[in-house]
Design a protein around this ligand. Structure first.
Ligand SMILES: [Zn+2]
Length: 224
């Protein structure tokens, strides 16, 4: 397996996910990684031990997992490459939106620095992947959850935080992609579904799905 800075592709994938999850929640634990990477708890434990020995992460059972500066530098590069490759796949090669993430996960570990820079320039230095996820996770994100909108509010879909193929296919059917206009019509009590108008059509959307879609009010959009 190709190595980058002494990390295997599998190790780099862990660093990427520790980084991504750390931007969404307070502390990252092994269970978060097992879920995100669809691997068993013992594999997570073994990999965390290796990454810790390589001084790429710090892990204490009750404090969660954090990246060392070296680990974070690798993770940030992988996140950027992931986004750029997704853009190449969807915008240039015509790969369906819902399949880009899975393919990018495989390809992202094999780019050289030079190809990464040329790709970024060729694509016009995009700031997000085709699902609206930032290519630079250090940029402030002022988006809010679709499920946190108030009834009557209108906004634009800015970001899909779960790039599972099935989930993206579902959103595609609803027309819910970055840039789509949405209006929250109603919210059922007791964590029930949201009634959301996307473009011209209205749908009932479960809370679980609505928690994975982020929106930006039009005036908050950042024009590159
Ligand atoms: Zn993406």
């Amino acid at each position: 397996m190709r190595m980058s800075e002494g990390v295997t592709a599998a190790g780099a994938e862990y660093l990427e996910w520790i980084y991504r999850i750390s931007k969404e929640k307070q502390s990252v634990n092994p269970l978060d990684l097992a879920r995100a990477l669809k691997v068993s708890a013992p594999s997570v434990t073994a990999m965390l031990k290796r990454l810790s020995t390589a001084e790429l992460i710090e892990y204490q059972t009750y404090q969660g997992i954090s990246l060392t500066p070296k680990g974070q530098a690798i993770a940030a590069r992988i996140v950027r490459r992931h986004g750029l490759i997704e853009r190449l796949l969807t915008d240039v090669l015509g790969v369906p939106w819902e399949k880009a993430d899975e393919l990018a996960c495989q390809l992202e570990h094999y780019l050289t620095d030079e190809v990464e820079e040329r790709l970024a320039a060729f694509l016009g230095n995009p700031t997000t992947c085709p699902h609206g996820q930032p290519i630079d996770l250090e940029r402030p994100d002022r988006s809010l959850l679709l499920s946190d909108m108030a009834p009557g509010d209108e906004a634009e879909v800015s970001r899909i935080t779960d790039e599972d193929t099935g989930f993206l296919s579902y959103l595609s059917e609803l027309g819910m992609r970055p840039g789509a206009r949405v209006r929250l019509q109603a919210r059922a009590p007791f964590n029930g579904p949201l009634t959301v108008t996307v473009g011209e059509s209205t749908h009932a959307i479960g809370r679980e799905a609505a928690d994975k879609v982020r929106v930006a009010a039009p005036e908050e959009e950042i024009t590159p």
